[in-house]
Ligand binder design. Structure first.
Ligand code: ZN
Length: 607
């Protein structure tokens, strides 16, 4: 679910990165000094709500009925929205010194920090910037690996390459497709360097030191304090990561021999994923002997012929068991649950709130699998969040910070435990505790292995935006960071003729990435607090908040705040803590850490 472009966030900046073309010509940003803040904000709220609804409607039709026409209509609607959002952001700076109420000040702050890219005032430069981002996204979207003499259908696209990295166990083939995918990026490098110059210019016009500083300003704390905050959180989890890394490295060495060093970084192409950000695909290689003896929910869903709509009903019952209102009838009439046979749709799961109040929908091509069962709970988390903050003014209809929206859905997914499946009537007996290590290892390969990559992407970008890393050091610093944080290295020497950061979607698409790290940390902090409120005294990974009104009340209070308060207030309402705290994730995986350290006896740890 990481990397998903959340469709529920039509308001504010999420769309700015998608359709940068509109920044160009209507970049008015003109001052309206005679307008008082209240009038300005009323206009901003009304306009963004109206354009957001139009953009949602067009986007929904385009996603569920792909044709050139629906694509054009959707692009027009999101361009209109994005242009307005950009202008309001710029105009909000006019009120920096004005005397306004607390609520108005908060709305102005949220508006100002909403942009992920600020176009320079010079229309020519603004147009060039929009063009650069569109062309980099196009290069990424069209990216293919063509072997000698191949063209068209014979070339491998990202889905096929992903498939090979997940399932193929021939290291030569893995290296070949890994290098093949990274060959799409060098043509972007020059564009990226120019994009950095121009977007920094825009950010400086808004009063930020550079684009990276603008991104870090969204977190209700000084930009530098935010980077230190990330380092602090990582420090809480690094020992756990080192244990996992040492264990996985040894298992890969058993499989691949000397290609994997006994005490150095792991070759990045052997971890089952293009960016080594999710290692769950190599569970078959690194899992405990005999595999985890766990129930197969997939088998249960198939044998009992539980339909996609019924699977979704299970998700809804999770939320109503916490005290949330059932989903409106229109959710069941208007959502897309299966891949239709008669037309093209975007199958990538997403959650929507079309009218920004209660026209909730989701869109997913549901298979009867355990993975999709979990994803349903995750997506419904977005839906219930967006309905909970619908009574806020439109500018506040968003999560407390950008880590919260993803974290809420995943918090619920953490409560989809074997015990919950028992209570929900899906399995007869929950598996014994002896199966826990297998279960924990499987999720750690996904959630824990992700963390250092979640830091690398923006650590690199912040240094690039600040000018600390010039273009002739782009690739070296990228791999320095990946080695330092993740403990991985490339299969071969990667000089400055390559542009390996560009082979990750969020770089050409200019989507901030720290939010995914935050979401990973926050979901465990939420889970620990809610299960405690629910009175669960078992190990964290065995606790579920299903059916607990007390946990539900806390969750609801937080969701209803939306973005109306600085995020520490929302965090406190949910957890009683005002600081993010990664110790909950360490607690959750404590039994796994004990097991890993046992396995690692006599092995080198670290690199
Ligand atoms: Zn999501």
């Amino acid at each position: 679910m990481i990397g998903r472009m959340p469709a529920y966030r039509l308001l504010i900046a999420a769309f700015v990165v998608l359709t940068a073309a509109g920044v160009a010509c209507r970049n008015a940003g003109s001052a309206q000094p005679d307008l008082n803040a209240g009038t300005f904000l009323t206009n901003a709220n009304d306009t963004l709500l109206r354009l957001g609804i139009e953009s949602s409607q067009a986007g929904w039709v385009q996603n569920t009925y792909i044709t050139p026409d629906t694509e054009a209509m959707s692009a027009r609607a999101s361009e209109a929205y994005m242009t307005a959002a950009t202008n309001f952001s710029k105009q909000a700076t006019q009120y920096d010194a004005a005397t306004v109420s607390d609520v108005e000040r908060r709305q102005l702050t949220v508006l100002k920090s909403a942009l992920t890219m600020a176009a320079p005032a010079d229309p020519k430069e603004a147009a060039e910037l929009a063009q650069l981002v569109a062309s980099m996204e196009g290069m990424y979207g069209r990216g293919k690996f063509c072997q000698d003499g191949e063209s068209g259908e014979a070339c491998l696209d990202i889905e096929e390459i992903t498939e090979i990295l997940a399932n193929d166990r021939n290291p030569a083939r893995l290296r070949e497709v890994w290098e093949g995918w990274h060959s799409i990026a060098p043509p972007m490098k020059q564009n990226y360097a120019r994009f950095v110059e121009l977007s920094n210019k825009g950010a400086r016009e808004l009063g930020f030191a550079d684009t990276g500083a603008m991104w870090r300003s969204k977190y209700d704390m000084p930009a530098d304090a935010f980077s230190r905050e990330l380092d602090r959180l990582w420090g809480q989890l690094q020992p756990l990561y080192l244990s996992l890394h040492a264990y996985v490295r040894a298992k890969l060495r058993d499989r691949y021999g000397d290609q994997v060093p006994s005490d150095g970084p792991i070759p990045a192409h052997l971890l089952g994923n293009l960016w080594a950000q999710d290692w769950s695909n190599v569970y078959d290689v690194v899992g405990p002997p005999g595999g985890a003896k766990t129930i197969s929910l997939t088998d249960v869903l198939r044998t009992r012929k539980i339909t996609p709509v019924e699977m979704t009903r299970f998700g809804e019952r999770f939320f109503t068991s916490l005290g949330f209102e059932p989903l409106p009838p229109t959710f069941w009439e208007r959502s897309l649950f299966v891949n239709p046979r008669d037309r093209e749709v975007v199958c990538h799961a997403s959650a929507w709130n079309i009218n920004s109040v209660d026209d909730l929908r989701f869109k997913m091509c549901i298979d009867q699998t355990e993975e999709d069962f979990t994803t349903i709970h995750h997506e419904l988390g977005h839906n219930f969040y967006s309905r909970a903050y619908a009574m806020q003014p439109p500018i506040f209809r968003d999560s407390a910070n950008d880590g919260f929206h993803e974290a809420i859905g995943d918090t619920i997914a953490l409560s989809v435990t074997p015990e919950y499946l028992g209570k929900a009537g899906l399995v007869e007996n929950a598996p014994p505790e002896s199966a826990d290590v297998g279960l924990l290892l499987r999720t750690a390969l996904q959630r824990l292995a992700f963390l250092p990559f979640g830091l690398v992407v923006d650590s690199w970008r912040w240094q690039v935006f600040s000018g600390q890393v010039p273009p002739d050091q782009y690739n070296r610093v990228w791999w320095d960071l990946r080695e330092r944080y993740q403990g991985v290295r490339p299969a071969s020497v990667r000089g400055e003729e390559y542009f390996d950061p560009g082979a990750k979607y969020h770089i050409p698409a200019n989507t901030p990435y720290a939010r995914y790290f935050l979401a990973s940390v926050l979901q465990f902090q939420f889970h620990r607090a809610l299960t405690k409120a629910a009175g669960c005294t078992a190990a964290l990974h065995r606790c579920s908040i299903y059916g607990n009104g007390e946990a539900g009340k806390r969750l609801k209070a937080t969701l209803e705040m939306g973005a109306s308060r600085p995020w520490p207030d929302a965090l406190e309402a949910l957890t009683g803590q005002r600081e993010m705290d990664a110790s909950a994730m360490a607690d959750y995986y404590a039994p796994l850490k004990t097991w890993l350290d046992e396995q690692n006896k006599g092995r080198p740890v670290g690199w």
